[in-house]
Design a protein around this ligand. Sequence first.
Ligand code: FMN
Length: 211
Amino acid sequence: MEFNDVVYGRRAVNFFDPRRDITDGLLRQVLETAAQAPSSSNLQPWSLIVLRDPDAKMRLQKLAWNQPKVSEAPVALIVLADTDGWKPGHFFVEKNFREMVQAGIMDETRRKKFDEVCFSLYGSSQERKIAFACKNAAFFAMGLMLAAKNFGLDTHPMDGFDIDGVRKEFHIPDNYWIPLLISIGYFRSDKELMPSKWRKSYDEMVVRFDQ
Ligand SMILES: Cc1cc2nc3c(=O)[nH]c(=O)nc-3n(C[C@H](O)[C@H](O)[C@H](O)COP(=O)(O)O)c2cc1C
């Protein structure tokens, strides 16, 4: 698909065809395309819970304002943002550092400095930890929705859910923030899509505070 068709064609669709499944292979392609998202120091502090079975999706739906799209879509995703994803010793922090050294873009001797920068930018307060985790997971989630569209799928992002309830129900450890859920599947063709929503114009987005 053309880039503009992907961007303008992506919509938060309310109705999914419950009879059309997504193969594991297609889901994998969507997620691995989304994983090309940029991230702070390439730390990629996102993970996903993939729910396919009707019982699990219904358990999630009950905690998500009972929004039917959670269970009607073949796959419901719980996007996780790791607030510890900058910490020395963390599996992916260590992998990231090793990969950078192997690629020749980082020197072992700069490890202490790297850890200090990660701490000050991403770990020095609870606010920074959540911001680090959520902004990066949000880039990933956006990539996921665009990748899905490009592969002929539709999505619906949701933050209308009980975060503590979802954490408890799915045994999600405390280090993860849960920025959103995403339903993914095929739009139900006998339903009508709502008209496109308004967007801010250039002039409405651009601001200055120093003049
Ligand atoms: C983080 C996030 C959370 C959202 N949560 C919900 C939700 O819980 N329920 C819902 O019906 N729509 C939800 N939406 C969908 C928005 O209402 C929708 O994206 C917006 O109105 C623009 O419409 P469009 O995506 O079709 O262009 C959410 C969107 C985002 C990005």
